[in-house]
Design a binder for this molecule. Structure first.
Ligand code: S3P
Length: 168
């Protein structure tokens, strides 16, 4: 099986949906943010604070290269993974990219309470979500093999729709 690679904005449900999907498919879930945290020995927000975003992105690419080398798993990526085309190329080698799409207001509602995302640690996170999504939306769309709109869907429905698309 090719890797099933979940991409999308923060709050699009990559980790939650990834867990369910991996269970259904009987494969393991790799969460790239977790691997990056392991490499640094600290949480994402502290990596951004202490080392800076560039250092985070470098290690993110390292992790992407490592997890892309073999198939047979579900990979939940950080929202910014598509910013570097080399990451996309690596992921596509052994993987099918699924974009979990949702609108800015819905994404904001899902993540507003969390406080774990350094990029949204700004005076007006709602505007920041809109701004970042606007800049990234076409990238997500262009690199995706499959696009799933998750705006009105519950996670079970999303997983079912992914499985249907995979069987087509
Ligand atoms: C980021 C998304 C985060 C994490 C980091 C940067 C981004 O992952 O990788 O905070 O640039 O969108 P999630 O999408 O899992 O929140």
């Amino acid at each position: 099986m090719k890797n099933i690679v979940l991409i999308g904005f923060m709050g699009s449900g990559k980790t939650t949906i990834g867990k369910l999907l991996a269970d259904k498919l009987g494969v393991s879930l790799i969460d790239t943010d977790k691997l990056i945290e392991k490499k640094f020995g600290k949480q994402i927000k502290d990596i951004f604070k202490d080392e800076g975003e560039d250092a985070f992105r470098l290690v993110e690419s390292e992790v992407i290269n490592e997890v892309s080398s073999v198939g047979n798993k579900v990979i939940a990526c950080g929202g910014g993974v598509i910013l570097n085309h080399k990451n996309v190329q690596a992921l596509k080698k052994n993987g099918l990219l699924i974009y979990l799409k949702a609108s800015a207001p819905i994404l904001f509602e899902r993540i507003r309470e969390e406080g774990s995302r350094p990029l949204l640690n700004v005076p007006n996170p709602k505007d920041k979500v809109s701004e970042l999504l606007k800049a990234r939306e076409s990238l997500y769309e262009n690199v995706a093999d499959i696009v799933i709109d998750t705006s009105d869907m519950n996670v079970d429905k999303v997983v079912k729709e992914i499985q249907e698309k995979l069987n087509e």
